[in-house]
Structure formats: structure tokens, C-alpha cells
Design a protein around this ligand. Structure first.
Ligand code: ATP
Ligand code: MG
Length: 265
């Protein structure tokens, strides 16, 4: 555990959101959003297109000011201490920050230099290994598949070991195999003590990854619980005896092979 992570534990929830509101002109996007994220957990914010997920992530990462309400990240108020918040987080946006002209390794070295780390080359090599990109590290990122690019993007966001990371739709646009690779990455991060807040439109992504799931709908959190708690909201399914057909996803994955290796999916 890094010093930063143990400090979070001492402070309680890694993220606290209370009564956050945000409008764009006449459009009320967030109408009073409340939730907490426990340190070291994976929290999924689920919502349809336009629900306000990115807006909320931008508020929590200090890129946008809320109209009302409070939010603290790693114990720091986002409005009063934006600099401290920024030092405690990383943000991987809906659109990757990877430079296509540079190689994977050069992208990582660049970020490590910007963060004034002692040995940028060693930092880059460690992350390439962790994200199964060692072989691809010497190639221009422009030649990477979507999954490789997203893994590189997440690797870049981890430089400097931020205790909290925001992943805005980490797997949108990826094929099923690449999605599984990103999921494995996110699970490993949380096992290492990092707090993860991710947004997604995919129910199965939340189901696979999240310790808690909150549903953002029409400006508020309409449900917040563990997967088991959310499932209890529906009456138990009627027991029916049917032959179980594989899903299209099962078939696709068994044909292409769902491995976590350096595949150019
Ligand atoms: N800067 C802005 N100015 C005006 N309207 C905005 C702005 N940013 C977001 N909106 C609007 O706010 C609403 C919420 O947008 P947001 O990007 O937060 O949704 P989202 O849940 O992230 O959607 P998606 O799943 O498509 O990424 C949308 O109707 C969007 O058009
Ligand atoms: Mg969005």
C-alpha cells in the first residue's frame, strides 16, 4: 500500500458526492446526485447515453464546476482543493489520450517525464509488462488495435500511482475479447488497492467488475447497491426447463479464443 492509499483509508470513503447539480443552459443534467465510493473498491456508474456520466466524472476530476452540492475525492473538496484532487486521481476519458506517432514505450516515457519520475524508462518497461504490451512497446501506437490502445491509455494514466482512477466508458467500441482484457486490467488495479470509478452503458460490464453499481437516470441516482442487492429488486425468475443455448458472445469468444495475451484483435 502506498502512503497515498493508506491516507485514503484513514479518511473514510475515497469519493463522496452530495447533492451535486449541473445544468447546461435549460438542460438540467444532474439534479442532486449522492453516493459514496469505498476506498479500494470498484464502483460502476451505469446510465444511458446522455444520462450525465461524463458530466459527473468531469466534476469529480475538477474539469467542470458543479452548480450546487459538494464532492470530495481522496478527502479533498473538488471545488476548494482542485490541485490536491488532481494529484490524487487519474482520468482515462472516453477518447484515448495516446499519441499515435510515438511508440507505446515512448508514450509512457513521455508521461513519466512530465510527472518528474526518477527513471522513466524503467517505469515504462514495468507498465508495458503489466499490460502485456512488452512486444508491442517498440511499435508506433497508431498501429495498435483498439484493445491495445485502451490498455496503453490506462497504463499511461497509472503513472505516478494515483490512489483513485476514473475510467469513462473504458470498453466502448472494443470487441468482446478486448473488453475482457480491459476488465482483467481493472480487476488487477482494484486488487492492488486502487479505487476505481468507472462509467458504462453495459450491464454486463458492471456485473463483471463492480463491487457496487449505481444507476444514474434523469439526473439522480435511482438505485445503488451490490449486484445481489440490485437483483433482489426484481421478483425471482420463474423456473423453466430449457436447453441452454450459447450466447452469440460465447460463440464469438470460443471461435476467436478469449486470451489475455498480445493479440491484435
Ligand atoms: N458542455 C456542454 N454543453 C452543453 N450540453 C452539454 C455539455 N456537456 C454535456 N452536455 C449535455 O449533457 C447531457 C449529459 O451529457 P454526458 O456527456 O454527461 O452524458 P453521458 O452519460 O456521458 O453520455 P454517453 O453515454 O453518451 O457518454 C447530454 O444531453 C449532453 O448533450
Ligand atoms: Mg459519456
Amino acid at each position: 500500500m502506498t502512503t497515498a492509499q493508506s491516507q485514503t483509508a484513514a479518511r473514510g470513503p475515497a469519493i463522496q458526492v452530495q447533492g451535486v447539480q449541473k445544468s447546461f443552459g435549460e438542460l438540467q443534467v444532474l439534479r442532486g446526485v449522492d453516493f459514496d465510493v469505498a476506498a479500494g473498491s470498484i464502483f460502476a456508474l451505469l446510465g444511458s447515453n446522455g444520462a450525465g456520466k461524463t458530466t459527473l466524472v468531469r466534476i469529480l476530476s475538477t474539469l467542470l464546476k458543479a452548480d450546487a452540492g459538494t464532492a470530495t475525492v481522496h478527502g479533498f473538496d473538488v471545488a476548494a482543493k482542485p490541485g490536491d484532487v488532481r494529484e490524487s486521481i487519474s482520468l482515462t476519458g472516453q477518447f484515448a489520450a495516446v499519441d499515435e506517432i510515438l511508440t507505446g514505450r515512448e508514450n509512457l516515457v513521455l508521461v513519466a517525464r512530465l510527472r518528474h519520475l526518477a527513471d522513466p524508462g524503467a517505469v515504462a518497461d514495468e507498465l508495458l509488462a503489466r499490460f502485456s504490451l512488452t512486444e508491442a512497446g517498440g511499435r508506433r501506437a497508431g498501429t495498435y488495435s483498439g484493445g491495445m490502445r485502451r490498455r496503453l491509455d490506462i497504463a499511461m494514466s497509472l503513472i505516478g500511482d494515483p490512489p483513485i482512477i476514473f475510467l469513462d466508458e473504458p470498453t466502448t467500441g472494443l470487441d468482446p475479447q478486448a473488453r475482457i482484457e480491459v476488465w482483467e486490467t481493472v480487476k488487477k488495479l482494484a486488487q492492488g488497492g486502487t479505487t476505481v470509478l468507472l462509467t458504462t452503458q453495459y450491464l454486463d460490464e458492471a456485473e463483471q467488475l463492480a463491487d457496487r453499481i449505481a444507476i444514474l437516470h434523469q439526473g439522480t441516482i435511482i438505485q445503488n447497491g451490490t449486484l445481489a442487492e440490485l437483483k433482489q429488486l426484481l421478483p425471482p425468475a420463474k423456473v423453466e426447463y430449457v436447453e441452454k443455448q450459447p450466447s452469440l458472445e460465447d460463440v464469438f469468444l470460443s471461435l476467436v479464443g478469449a486470451t489475455g495475451t498480445e493479440k491484435e484483435s
